[in-house]
Design a protein around this ligand. Structure first.
Ligand code: MOS
Length: 735
């Protein structure tokens, strides 16, 4: 028989690394203390466009403890331009050109962090400054050739004619602002050289890509670079690329001949480590009077930097969420004097769903149809653009389960019709979806003679619970108790696994882990039946299993022996192997997406315009759930992110200078516990035999998709005011 199937919704196991984290035993990148460690601090530009005419480091160099100051005048030359579209071009002290505010212009290295930071304040730069380009209206708009491997634009039918002919229309502009990721752990790197070998502790979402990027910049072979990231304090996309500070740390370590730590100060993260770009989105929907969509138009504009290209693919969601005979999606860019934007939790889907799902809500009011009914009327039974079936789609069940838990039927449809004393109450909903991604991954196993197992892979646990879920997959497949299996992650010397981004790590490495554990299990059983001294000798392997650390005859479980006993008798050496698993052609046959439904109830103070989110319910179907507890945490985290997007988060630019004015957690508001009302995430069971060997679709990002629209729709229902520009701050409701 084959190994037992994984459960549809796995046990709510607490984190296997939880104790280590809460006792301070988990080393994050900046926590390592190699001998001779020196500390670097960045000096960042105070203009967004121009040139450095002079840079004076003398005062810094005179300070006690200062070891070196790197500037563009003395830094080593490296290959900082990106050739791979997933890498970012970097400003790493190669020239005097300034293209965004808070660009690194010098690096001070000292014997303590405090001395480095103080000396950095003494570096004086003179500039020839030019006016920065900071507004969408200033730059030319252009269409990128492609958007993350897909065409930027999609056209079906004659959208303009279809819109003109539609009896009911919605046509509006929606905007979303620049947001910054703000993981708890700011970016940090420790770099050290041993001859031409470079070892880097880096706060990153993926050591595989980080190793390749670092090796490329310094012109080193891959095996000369080791990247380690055992624990990461959140990423949300900002740690999905290698940025300047990582390269600068390695440059400095080379220059001073000792290990160098570069930990970023939070305000410095409003410079060159990416952000969610601002978007301006035109959405036009045309429908028949019964609500059937005739046409969807979604034209988006977002920003990239002067020197690199990143596209926020806000329109992509509209190509697959609802069916309509006519459709136009365009995605344009303009170049501004800010750093290069990057992936931020559900890049594209989060911003795009705000526009599309707000417009669908507007259409529901225009038609006087219930918002869920409108979505059901336009339910896409197959992928409307690719014209292929979905591998699985449980969106109907999500609407039903979510609506019932939220008590959607208590809602009275008219705006301003629900009250709680002097407060206005509103209920809103939105659809949610996120693509199912997967990359090649490998998992190494080592079954030890003591009956324990160690698995290893490059994947990084960015706080999601990856250590726990991969340990569960290995233990459940292999038949070992969970406390006898350890998973080691985050080291580029381990078998390759992709970045923890695009919600793909569980699908990718989970599949490899499942296959690695199956291989180890098969080998153990083969060893037992071939061993004349085993009680299982000569049994058909199909009649043998492994349960709770014992190899047993399935028909008579008392007949068997421990894995430890079996291995001890057979050379007492570990059983080792590496198994790779890669996606095949399944994406050609099936469109693969997770789906969900978001619901929000708000209470608005009609005099002050303040919005409280009283209740959020999200129902998500994302294929197999490995661990109900960590999965629920991902969903709740995503919904919290969505609340931040709806009501709080905005990096406020000074359009004259190109500087973000609120570069700190005092003025850039992220939701805290007190902002959250009742919150429920429903795990909708879903079996998907097509996506990958473990049937998991990924859960890290879908929780944010649609959450902001559900809240904005609830605010409209409460107040009768349609806010199309995020975040929904009190001024917009009282004006
Ligand atoms: Mo995610 S924005 O792919 O880290």
């Amino acid at each position: 028989m084959t190994a037992p199937a994984l459960p549809a919704i796995g046990a709510p196991l607490s984190r296997v690394d939880g104790r280590l984290k809460v006792t301070g035993g988990a080393n994050y990148a900046a926590d390592w203390r190699p001998d001779g460690l020196a500390y670097a601090y960045q000096v960042q530009s105070t203009i967004a466009n121009g040139r450095i005419t002079a840079i004076d480091t003398a005062a810094a160099l005179r300070e006690d403890g200062v070891i070196a100051v790197l500037t563009h005048e003395n830094a080593p030359r490296v290959k900082a331009h990106a050739s791979n579209p997933n890498d970012r071009s970097l400003h790493v002290l190669q020239d005097d050109v300034i293209e965004y505010d808070r660009q690194p212009i010098a690096l001070v290295v000292a014997d303590t962090f405090a001395r480095a930071k103080y000396a950095a304040s003494l570096v004086r730069a003179s500039y020839a400054a030019a006016a920065p380009r900071t507004r969408f209206a200033q730059g030319e708009h252009y269409s990128p050739r492609e958007v993350h491997g897909e065409p930027a634009d999609t056209l079906r039918g004659d959208p303009d004619a279809a819109l003109h002919a539609s009896p009911v229309r919605v046509d509006a502009i929606y905007t979303t602002p620049v947001e910054h990721h703000n993981p708890m752990e700011p970016h940090a790197t420790i770099a050290m050289w041993h001859g031409d070998q470079l070892k880097v502790y880096d706060a990153t979402q993926g050591v595989l890509a980080a190793r390749a990027r670092i090796a490329g910049v310094f012109g080193l072979p891959l095996d000369s670079v080791q990247v380690i990231d055992s624990f990461t304090g959140g990423g949300f996309g900002t740690k999905g690329s290698t940025w300047a500070h990582t390269i600068l740390a390695a440059m400095a370590a080379k220059a001073v001949g000792r290990p160098v730590q570069l930990a970023m100060w939070r305000p410095q993260m409003w410079g060159g480590v990416g952000f969610r770009p601002a978007t301006r989105q035109h959405v036009a929907l045309g429908a028949k009077r019964d609500g059937t969509l005739e046409v969807q138009i979604h034209e988006t504009l977002s920003q990239t930097s002067m020197f690199d290209e990143f596209v926020e693919p806000s329109g992509t969601i509209t190509t697959m969420l609802y069916a309509s005979p006519a459709l136009r999606v365009t995605q344009e860019l303009t170049r501004l004097n800010y750093g290069t934007p990057t992936y931020m939790r559900a890049p594209g889907e989060s911003t795009g769903s705000f526009a599309l799902e707000s417009a669908m809500d507007e259409l529901a009011y225009a038609l006087a149809i219930d918002p869920i009914q409108l979505r059901l009327r336009n339910y896409a039974e197959v992928d409307p653009t690719k014209n292929i079936p979905f591998s699985s789609k449980s969106l109907r069940a999500c609407y039903e389960r979510g609506a019932s838990a939220f008590a959607w039927n208590d809602r009275t449809p008219a705006p301003r019709s629900m009250r709680d004393g002097r407060y206005l109450i509103g209920m809103g909903m939105a659809s949610s979806t996120y693509p199912t991604n997967r990359s090649a991954a490998s998992s190494g196993y080592e079954i030890r003679p003591d009956g324990t197992a160690i698995f290893r892979a490059m994947g990084v646990d960015i706080g999601t619970g990856a250590y726990t879920t991969f340990t569960m997959i290995a233990a459940e497949t292999l038949g070992l108790p969970i406390d006898r299996v350890r998973y080691e992650l985050g080291n580029s010397d381990y078998p390759p696994a992709p970045v923890a981004g695009g919600s793909q790590l569980t699908a990718s490495l989970g599949s490899a882990t499942r296959m690695a554990a199956l291989e180890a299990r098969t080998r153990l059983i083969a060893l037992a039946v071939a061993d004349t001294r085993s009680p299982l000798h000569a049994l058909d392997p199909a009649d043998v299993g492994i349960v709770d650390g014992r190899v047993i005859a399935l028909a008579t479980p008392a007949r068997g022996e421990t894995v430890a006993g079996l291995l001890a008798r057979n050379g007492a050496t570990p059983l080792t192997g590496v198994v790779s698993a890669a996606p095949g052609d399944e994406k050609k046959a099936y469109s693969m997406h997770a789906f969900g439904a978001q619901f929000a109830m708000v209470r608005v103070d009609p005099d002050l315009g303040t919005v409280r989110v009283v209740k959020q319910v999200g129902a998500f179907a994302s294929g197999r759930i490995i661990n109900a507890k960590t999965a629920r945490s991902q969903y709740l985290g995503g919904m919290t992110f969505g609340l931040g997007m709806a009501l709080l988060e905005i990096s406020r630019p000074d359009d004259r200078t190109g500087r973000f004015m609120n570069a700190n957690l005092g003025e850039y508001l992220v939701p805290v516990q007190a902002d959250i009302g009742a919150m429920e995430a429903i795990l909708v069971e879903e079996d998907d035999p097509h996506v990958n060997p473990i049937g998991a679709k990924g859960i890290g990002e879908i929780g944010i998709v649609g959450a902001a629209a559900a809240i904005a729709n609830a605010v409209y229902h409460a107040t009768g005011k349609r806010i199309r520009d995020l975040p929904i701050t009190p001024d917009k409701l009282v004006s």
